[in-house]
Design a protein around this ligand. Sequence first.
Ligand code: PNS
Length: 170
Amino acid sequence: MQNGERPRAHAVYPGSFDPPTNGHLDVIVRAATIFPLVTVGVVVNPQKRNPFFTIDERDTMLRRITADYPNVRVAHFRGLLADFVRECKADVIVKGLRVVSDFESEMAFAHMNRALSNVDTMFLMADSAYSFVSSSLIKEVFQQGGDVSKYVPATVLELMATKRHAHGRK
Ligand code: PNS
């Protein structure tokens, strides 16, 4: 690299995104201002038996909410994140940290992913407005009829409502 030249880093932001929240979107947008290319990697996780959204739905929602960011792309993967990162030829993994307790498990993941792929993990602090927002909490509140409109993008809320309607609840 020449003096003054910026490295062209490709970042992978992995997650379940069931559903994507405003907290996720905030991290994606901030990562997209730092890295020339951000791949949002949706994990196909057979261990999570009852996902609310299918992989295709999550893919569609993520594509819609990131449509204004040409350097963000969406992909999905099975198996190890370390293998996906290598396949993408990514330079860095990005994760969001909401609270200190997130760090404990994330530190172990970061060490393991680096050992497996030689790729480092960089952390962005979640915006304090979303420090308590998680996909599982959003689903729980929504399914009990609570208002989650502040915490998910409008596109996501629409699809959640459509799915609830299809399952016979108002
Ligand atoms: O949004 P989530 O569910 O917190 O995301 C978790 C994710 C997808 C980042 C994590 O489950 C993952 O990396 N899964 C892929 C399997 C893997 O690589 N496991 C070993 C991690 S060191």
